[in-house]
Design a protein around this ligand. Sequence first.
Ligand code: CAA
Ligand code: NDP
Length: 283
Amino acid sequence: MSIQNVMVIGAGQMGSGIAQVCAQAGLNVKLNDMKQEAYDKGIATITKNLSRNVEKGRMTEKEKIAVLSRITSSLDLKDAHDVDIVIEAAVENMAIKHSIFKTLDEVAPKHAILATNTSSLPITEIAAVTNRPEQVIGMHFMNPVPIMKLVEIIRGLATSDEVYKKVEEMTVQLSKTPVEVNDFPGFVANRILMPMINEAIFTLQEGVATKEAIDDIMKMGMNHPMGPLELADFIGLDTCLYIMEVLHEGFGDSKYRPSPLLRQYVKAGWLGKKTGRGFYSYA
Ligand SMILES: CC(=O)CC(=O)SCCNC(=O)CCNC(=O)[C@H](O)C(C)(C)COP(=O)(O)OP(=O)(O)OC[C@H]1O[C@@H](n2cnc3c(N)ncnc32)[C@H](O)[C@@H]1OP(=O)(O)O
Ligand SMILES: NC(=O)C1=CN([C@@H]2O[C@H](COP(=O)(O)OP(=O)(O)OC[C@H]3O[C@@H](n4cnc5c(N)ncnc54)[C@H](OP(=O)(O)O)[C@@H]3O)[C@@H](O)[C@H]2O)C=CC1
């Protein structure tokens, strides 16, 4: 059965982007969040992105309206009763993902694939709370989703070849490039990226240089599009901390210990761009 109906869970920065690219590829999308305001915020971001495409001549106004008409609001996981795939992009927390996947296993059709956009949590452990571990898979999009080409596809221990192939095909349909990896802490992207960001935070904490200097060095010296502190703000400092905790616990190696300054910022609610303040301030 081909994939036509999708539920995306979490209308935050990742979920809204995933919903947008699915709808642009002609799929019907139910965008689920716990609160109507979160959905409204997600749809406002999608509308802004699509309007920019219209202004730039990449899409007509009619096409924009058609894309938006394929996205509907959902505030209840039971709405997954008729979808072919669910892509979960709620908060990076195992207890929350377990609860979502348990419910999805009960309400989604038997054939439905249950994918997660987790940036680091073990797919095998998420799959274990369902009765269909062979249909659970990691589909790790990069931020900002409408722009970034990569989707890291993570096989859990039980993920079937058939499910992997379907998700790979869907990724290509979304005009993205799938890259296969195995289920190990942080997968590949964040096992390499996040220790660099964490080290930049230690460098700031130790007073080696200012935040601007650290970012300038990595931008100009390594040709990175964003410096590591600016990137941390962009990703969300809460997400960065959760990922470092997964690496630390998963490998049991002190080289992955999260920076105390990162912990402090998260405790203060300075989560980066999404809350208006992180290492930098955002008006
Ligand atoms: C944590 C994880 O689990 C995994 C991750 O995702 S890690 C994060 C991975 N992402 C990155 O590393 C991003 C690094 N940054 C970049 O690549 C670039 O800075 C960027 C693409 C975000 C912006 O590019 P830029 O050239 O600096 O700025 P800008 O010219 O404003 O933007 C380029 C285009 O991207 C669009 N864009 C920028 N931010 C966007 C966003 N948040 N959403 C949608 N579109 C966006 C802009 O509108 C612009 O589009 P046009 O073609 O219409 O002009
Ligand atoms: N940020 C990034 O760069 C990347 C993040 N990811 C992963 O994507 C996921 C989402 O991250 P991101 O979009 O940045 O986070 P955001 O905080 O922007 O969005 C998360 C959204 O999910 C909602 N939510 C929380 N719990 C539930 C639930 N039980 N049911 C439905 N919705 C829920 C949140 O609501 P509320 O705010 O009310 O809690 C919020 O609207 C995480 O797993 C993260 O690791 C993957 C790749 C890149």
